[in-house]
Write a protein that binds this ligand. Structure first.
Ligand SMILES: C[S@@+](CC[C@H](N)C(=O)[O-])C[C@H]1O[C@@H](n2cnc3c(N)ncnc32)[C@H](O)[C@@H]1O
Length: 208
């Protein structure tokens, strides 16, 4: 690499860092999207309206372990921690190291664990952290653009990891996730949130 290329590289990094700092979490989210649009699937984080609707049916008294797939920059993590009991735990799983590093650096709550990995491995991850099952699993994954076979595998693993009476909470721009959920969850409640970029479909799959 020439000195010119090195200088250009570090200038690029400097500009990225400045943009990120100026835009806060949105800058980090945008960088993740620009670097990996297929896996991130959205240009900005979910709205507060989506968060409130999605978490509405959760029985927080009965929630010891809440798991989130695809937390991004933590849009849902802070509201979840706000509701979670003092002896509860939130495990978030994301394939993007940029987001996991950001979450580890910005959320210091002792009930919070950020794991770099795939949602498909949720059972191993939950067990590795000392739990037998999860009470609720929330997903912001872009199911329609995930590599072939990954979406169905995640839906199956999620059903296995949930306790009876627990729920799989899913928000997505398309209804693809519902097809995968329907193979395992007999009761799926559905909703729609207009006040989100883009408006999104909401699903709550309840484990019998
Ligand atoms: C649309 S973003 C959701 C962001 C955030 N939850 C929100 O509501 O603003 C999708 C996230 O899923 C993550 N992701 C994609 N495939 C994944 C997988 N197999 N396991 C875990 N996370 C994944 C991406 O890295 C990204 O952070």
């Amino acid at each position: 690499m020439t000195t010119g290329e090195l200088a250009q590289g570090s200038l690029g990094q400097k500009i990225k860092r400045r943009i990120r700092r100026a835009m806060g979490p949105w800058g980090v989210f945008l960088q993740g999207f620009v670097e990996n649009p297929v896996m991130v699937g959205s240009i900005i984080p979910s709205s507060r309206f989506t968060i409130a609707r999605m978490l509405g049916p959760v029985n927080w008294d009965r929630c010891k372990l809440f798991v989130e797939y695809g937390p991004g920059v933590g849009t849902f993590c802070r509201p979840v921690l706000g509701h979670l009991r003092r002896d509860g735990h939130l495990i978030v799983i994301d394939t993007n190291p940029l987001y996991i590093d950001y979450l580890k650096a910005t959320i210091t709550d002792s009930r919070f664990t950020a794991v770099l990995g795939s949602a498909a491995d949720v059972e191993e991850i939950v067990r590795a952290h000392g739990f037998d099952h999860a009470d609720y699993v929330l997903s912001g994954l872009p199911f329609s653009t995930l590599p072939s076979g990954v979406g169905p595998a995640i839906a199956a693993a999620t059903h296995r990891v949930l306790r009876p009476g627990g729920a799989f909470l899913v928000y997505q721009f398309s209804a693809k996730a519902r097809d995968y959920m329907a193979r395992h969850f007999t009761r799926i409640d559905a909703g729609f949130e207009w006040l989100n970029v883009l408006p999104c479909k909401l699903f709550w799959g309840w484990k019998d």
